[in-house]
Design a protein around this ligand. Structure first.
Ligand code: FAD
Ligand code: SF4
Length: 572
């Protein structure tokens, strides 16, 4: 957060940023420079990047308990133990929730409404888009909000495979439009945006203007998951921390594992107790306001582990809702091979390090008319093209090549490389009573901190949605004249990814309209402890098909403005 303060000199701000960057070294590397050539393993599905050392589905010495090992009842928890968290290597898809997404219960009677509307969050979506830089377009589609002019950067051109998908999906009534991703396609508007981002705060404006000038547009060549030396992609380590350090108001303490929030006898949070991971020693810091943003489940864990006479069931948990209504995204995928895309001339299709196009949910009207057998929708993310080949590029193509070797394999590789397309559905899960986490009574991590135990269950809404995804993807592939190797899997219970697998876990401390039914109010402020705020996905009252991070950031900014306001009024 940039605090208010006197105007600083621009040169000084630039120097501050440069010094901050020295402390946060930037790096970029090609796939072949990563261990195993960047190829994933079961433990490291996204490859061995420095960014994820000691992170992933399993963190050494930091277990969690799955109440069920079955695919249907399993929850997988992906953690990044590092500065900047998962924003170092996320997919950067940044979609706004639409108006329906904040009032789902009012529309179909399921789940919960948020205590806020789209209009409450829209100004913060605008600000986050302007600050971090997001490419995309405004297409005026239902429940897929347009961004005001000046918020989005131009989208990159579609790949050849995108164009073919777009043409053939249109025949099925599926719109393919520019996706929104947090990658700069041109320099940010450092002249206009700072005053809109921090009105009345000249120091913040100068720092942000200087920092925006130090970010360059993407040069379409390197894997974004390993970091971006020119800061074209958004990750909090390179985009938020340097300007925040340049204010002189930020002190970063790394290797500090928070165990609990301490409560003053007056009922206010007085700070946190943490373990220095380098030597295991225990320390405390005091604070006027405590903001937890450790990722949805870890924030829940800290709350549940913060027990006191006043809160024997965990801090801010008089509702008994801490840990409840855990949600992930419904995920299912299918890929196909498209003869029309075979033997195309070699070209660089590395692109912006991720999708250029996607399909927003397009069946609101059919669903409203009762023509679908599930509630809520999904969007489709898609991939294809001729990115820089790497180790394992032709892995799994034996069904086409017959396992060829030597010259024949080279000819096969030239023929088939770039002719594959993949579709991944990302759909809304409705919160339910069976999906939650709690503290395991016996297991602790290597610091002695009790760990989470997860319970999980999909409802038929989600499994039927996954089956619908499979059917749709197969139809698109067929409309492209392509073929599917395995599938589609029309049994939704088999087609759906396990809980947590899409790494969009939210909920666990939901916001709501009353302290009986929720953990925080609309400002992410806990009902029970006035100076305790939650700034991650824990507060989500529903999990729209839209990927959650843009909304996490917009809510965090809204909450930060509220905290400043309350502090100025001496109410905190
Ligand atoms: C491969 C991948 C792809 C993804 N793609 C997308 C996408 O395209 N779009 C999208 O919207 N989302 C995506 N996500 C999800 C996205 O990364 C998360 O929603 C987002 O990072 C959540 O932010 P957060 O700050 O709540 O949590 P995190 O990013 O997990 O950050 C939590 C931070 O808290 C720290 N921490 C944890 N516990 C403690 C503790 N006890 N004490 C002190 N510090 C602690 C961690 O070290 C970390 O720095 C993706 C995630 C992954 C892994
Ligand atoms: S593809 Fe673009 S955004 Fe990604 S790391 Fe390379 S330059 Fe940065």
């Amino acid at each position: 957060m940039l605090h208010d303060g006197g105007a600083g000199r621009l040169d000084g701000e630039r120097r501050g940023i440069a010094e901050a960057e020295e402390r946060l070294p930037l790096r970029v590397a090609r796939f072949e420079q990563a261990p195993l050539g960047g190829v994933g393993t079961p433990q490291k599905p996204f490859g061995f990047y420095d960014a994820t050392v000691d992170g992933g589905w399993e963190v050494p010495g930091e277990p969690y308990v799955r109440a069920s090992q079955d695919d249907a009842g399993r929850f997988e928890w992906w953690r990044a133990r590092m500065l900047g968290g998962r924003t170092n290597h996320w997919g950067r898809i940044s979609l706004r929730n639409g108006p329906y997404d904040f009032k789902p219960h009012s529309r179909d009677g399921l789940g919960f409404d948020w205590p806020i509307t789209y209009d409450d969050v829209a100004p913060y979506y605008n600000k986050v888009e302007m600050l971090i830089g997001i490419y995309g377009a405004s297409d005026g589609l239902e429940n897929t909000p347009n961004s005001p002019s000046g918020c989005l950067l131009p989208p990159p051109a579609p790949l050849v495979s995108d164009l073919l998908i777009q043409q053939r999906a249109a025949r099925l009534g599926i719109p393919i439009v520019a996706v929104h991703r947090a990658v700069l396609t041109q320099q940010l508007d450092f002249r206009r945006s700072p005053a809109l981002l921090h009105p009345g705060n000249l120091k913040a404006q100068k720092i942000i203007a200087a920092d925006m000038q130090r970010r360059a547009a993407c040069f379409w060549a390197t894997p974004c998951g390993r970091g971006c030396s020119i800061r074209a992609n958004y990750q909090s380590t390179t985009v938020h921390l340097p300007p925040a350090l340049a204010t002189g108001n930020l002190h970063i303490l790394t290797d500090a594992m928070v165990r609990e929030v301490r409560l003053h006898q007056n009922g206010h949070a007085q700070g946190v107790t943490f373990i220095d991971k380098t030597n295991g020693s225990v320390h405390s810091v005091a604070a006027r306001v405590v903001v937890l943003a450790a990722s949805a489940c870890e924030t829940v864990r800290i709350l549940l582990n913060s027990k006191s006479a006043r809160f024997p069931q965990g801090l801010a948990n008089t509702s008994g809702k801490v840990g409840r209504y855990l949600m992930d995204t419904v995920g299912s995928s299918l890929s196909g091979q498209i003869p029309l895309l075979e033997s195309l001339p070699p070209q660089n299709e590395d692109g912006a390090g991720g999708e250029h196009v996607y399909a927003p949910w397009w069946l609101y009207q059919q669903q409203h008319a009762g023509k679908l057998d599930f509630a809520r929708g999904y969007h489709i993310e898609m991939g294809g093209g001729k990115q820089m080949p790497g180790v394992g590029t032709m892995k799994g193509a034996e069904w086409l090549t017959g396992g060829s070797y030597g010259k024949k394999f080279k000819a096969d590789a030239r023929r088939y490389y770039g002719s594959f397309v993949g579709f991944a559905g990302r759909g809304e899960m409705i919160p339910n009573e069976q999906s939650y986490c709690e503290i395991d009574p016996t297991v602790t991590d290597k610091w002695g901190i009790p760990v989470l135990r997860f319970h999980w269950q999909w409802s038929q809404h989600e499994t039927r949605q996954a089956a619908h995804m499979q059917k749709t993807f197969a139809e698109i592939i067929e409309a492209m004249g392509g073929r599917v190797k395995d599938g589609p899997t029309l049994d939704g219970a088999k087609a759906i990814s396990p809980g947590g697998y899409i790494i969009h876990e939210v909920g666990g401390a939901i916001m709501g309209g009353s302290k009986e039914s929720s953990v925080t109010n609309q400002w992410c402020q806990t009902w029970d402890v006035k100076n305790l705020f939650l700034s991650d996905g824990a507060v989500f009252a529903s999990n729209a098909d839209k990927n959650p991070t843009l909304t996490i950031m917009a809510l965090a900014w809204r909450s930060a403005d509220r905290i400043l306001d309350l502090m100025r009024r001496k109410e905190l």
